[in-house]
Design a protein around this ligand. Structure first.
Ligand SMILES: [Zn+2]
Length: 251
């Protein structure tokens, strides 16, 4: 049996329950038992009696396909049972992709250069800052709501990094904006609505899979967080407009 690239190098520590069964969310001590250099056996979950994490021997491409198909097990595998080293890179790419898609929709003066500043570039960085504020508000709102829910139900707290991983990984739907940005401008509005719906659905499934709250609570957390995200975007634009009125740009 071979491990996939994301699982290689994992500390298969048997002294703590740091992994989970991807089928039921039950904590397990280890994901596999190694009998010799090339003989491994997958751990069977004590709760559901299924293999705790079948993905550790799957190719990464197959895991990503299941992620696109919104399979809850794939979220649990990546977030709980791998080191997820590319978290910050993925977070930056998501922010840059969303900012670029929004920037490409806003009318920009044609390659205008004034006082050595390219106005279009400056607008992109302003949009990127707005997108970062929106995603930060979504993450903070999700963390606070989860914190209060776990307090209310007297359950273990989730670390901010686990929730950040959940929010970031489940926002990968933003990359679906790429075809619309590259090709046809006529379907922008429909495509943007579809991507927003798909991403929200992905965030809901991922949140439900990782936090194991009921469907109703999970929907409430994601809907409230999405509302905070959209509202913070409007607020940011108003603040930015007021600042620019007070301190007009020199170009
Ligand atoms: Zn299980």
């Amino acid at each position: 049996m071979m491990l996939n690239s994301a699982t290689k190098g994992l500390d298969n520590d048997q002294t703590s329950n740091k992994y989970i069964c991807i089928n039921c969310g039950f904590q397990v001590k280890e994901l596999y038992k190694q009998y010799s250099s090339n003989v491994l056996k997958l751990t069977v979950c004590e709760n559901c009696y299924c293999e705790a994490d079948k993905y550790i021997e799957f190719d990464l491409v197959l895991v990503i396909i299941d992620l696109v198909l919104l399979q809850r097990e794939s979220y649990r595998h990546i977030i709980n049972n791998t080191e997820f080293k590319g978290l910050w890179k993925l977070a930056f790419l998501i922010l840059a992709m969303e900012a670029y898609a929004n920037w490409s929709l806003t009318p920009t003066p044609t390659a205008e250069i004034t006082n050595e500043f390219y106005i279009g570039d400056f607008k992109f960085y302003r949009i990127l800052a707005g997108v970062t504020v929106k995603h930060a508000c979504f993450s903070i709102s999700t963390f606070l709501l989860t914190y209060f829910l776990t307090k209310f139900y007297k359950r273990k707290q989730y670390s901010p990094i686990i929730l950040l991983k959940t929010v970031t990984l489940s926002s990968f739907g933003v990359f679906l904006l790429l075809p619309s940005v590259i090709w046809d401008n006529g379907v922008h509005e429909f495509h943007f609505t579809f991507v927003l719906f798909y991403t929200t659905l992905s965030q809901l499934f991922a949140y439900e899979a990782i936090c194991n709250f009921s469907k109703l609570w999970s929907i409430l957390v994601i809907v409230i967080s999405t509302f905070c995200k959209l509202y913070s975007g409007v607020l940011y634009e108003n603040v930015e407009r007021n600042i620019l009125e007070l301190f007009p740009l020199p170009f």
